[in-house]
Design a binder for this molecule. Structure first.
Ligand SMILES: *Cc1c(COP(=O)(O)O)cnc(C)c1O
Length: 398
């Protein structure tokens, strides 16, 4: 048996690889440089182009580009009219922003449990958490797999709730043949560097609903409008005149970030194909290892994975998740854990959330880790990851 690097053996590879990273090429750099030499570094034509590109790609009627994915979620909650006293149902296995956005609006995040096989929010658990204060559902396409859109839509219709899809992981995913972004009342994307495409920072909200669209536009630019038909105060005094008609924020994205995102969008299909190829290879190998559980996919989702998660079958291993993670790290495979249940964080504990409220999420959390997945990985990188997982499994299996 190969000796683990953590026990003094040779690591599987020399240089470290990480669970995710961007792929920016010369063409992307030129696109950004061109904007920096132009008249507009913000509020210019590239932001418009980014929005039209996202509309075309997703099939949604309207896109609003914003400064990051968290801002996208905040704007969606504002547009949904979420406020003090409201409840917003979301999943605990997500990045904190999916729940924080409710808090920003004075509302209470309510955590529904996940499906223990797909790791996505369980529609039955959503139902169990609905009260007369529930206003919206923030459903996260975790790892890129689409949530059960039809089931969640049905719940929203039945209880008159707004369906916000946090698709930070899922820009290239389809549900029943329809592109994510065209399905929920509002869909939020993130363009952080670990996500499928990047703008350095960046985000967007997609919607088919004109009323939401108008509110999103206001929310991300101070609630200010130049549109005379929307004004209600003093008479239009000249071409300089604008009014603030609601409370908004500065969540604008710059033109050079938008240029990077537009340039990256042209590579999205290529990135998605490579991600799918790597996932297929991982699935092939890991589904044969009794010590590893692979994430289950619903047939409705044609998934472009943002993350690849292995779940350890701890009953068949002599090590803890921590020991497995550290052993991988010593082999120079830097994994990450997605995610600590949001309500476990001290801030949420201080708000009064108790541990144990979502048993599936907590059980899954204890055994998962994300292994490297990004389109610029070479075949050798992929095989190194596989080799390392097998090496660690072999050393620790019972
Ligand atoms: C990354 C992420 C966000 C936040 O996006 P930022 O662009 O980093 O603000 C929100 N939700 C999920 C699920 C994410 O992964």
């Amino acid at each position: 048996m190969e000796k683990l690097a953590i026990q003094g053996g040779y690591p599987v590879r020399g240089g470290k690889i990480y669970y995710g990273r961007q792929w920016i090429d010369e063409e992307d750099i030129q696109a950004v440089a061109k904007v920096l030499r132009s008249d507009f570094v913000t509020c210019g034509p590239k932001v418009d182009e980014m929005e039209r590109t996202l509309e075309k790609y997703t099939g949604a009627k309207y896109a609003v580009a914003v400064s990051n994915g968290t801002a996208a979620l905040h704007c969606a909650c504002i547009a949904a009219g979420i406020g003090a006293g409201d409840e917003v149902i979301t999943t605990p296995i997500t990045f904190a922003a999916s729940a924080n956005c409710a808090l920003y609006c004075g509302a209470k995040p309510v955590f529904a449990d996940i499906n223990p096989e797909t790791y996505n929010i369980d529609p039955e658990s959503i139902r169990a958490h609905i009260t007369d204060k529930t206003k919206a559902i923030v459903a996260v396409d975790f790892t890129g797999q689409s949530v059960e859109n039809d089931e969640i839509r049905a719940i929203c219709d039945e209880y008159n709730l707004i369906f916000i899809e946090d698709a930070a992981h899922a820009i290239a995913t389809k549900y029943k043949g329809k592109q994510v972004g065209s399905l929920a009342d509002m869909t939020c994307f993130s363009f952080h560097p670990v996500k499928t495409i990047t703008g350095g920072e960046g985000g967007a909200v997609l919607t088919n609903n004109e009323v939401f669209y108008q509110k999103l536009v206001l929310a991300h630019t101070h609630g200010i409008t130049h549109d005379e038909s929307m004004m209600e105060g003093a008479p239009h005094e000249g071409s300089w005149y604008y009014e603030e008609i609601s409370l908004g924020y500065n969540y604008r994205i710059t033109d050079f970030q938008a240029a990077l995102i537009v340039s990256q969008m042209s590579k999205l299909d290529k990135f998605a194909a490579r991600r799918k190829e790597i996932v297929k290879r991982y699935d092939e190998v890991f589904s044969k290892l009794p010590e590893i559980i692979v994430q289950k996919e619903i047939p409705e989702s044609d998934t472009c994975r943002h993350l690849y998660i292995i779940r350890l079958n701890l009953d068949k291993l002599k090590c803890s998740r921590r020991e497995f993670f550290d052993a991988m790290s010593a082999e120079n495979i830097q994994c990450q854990i997605h995610y600590v249940p949001v309500y476990w964080f001290p801030y949420y504990q201080h708000l009064g959330y108790e541990k144990g409220i979502c048993p599936n999420a907590e059980e899954v959390y204890k055994a998962i880790m994300s292994i490297p997945l990004y389109p610029a990985m070479s075949d050798q990188d992929v095989e190194d990851v596989i080799h390392s997982v097998k090496k660690v499994v072999n050393n620790y299996k019972k």
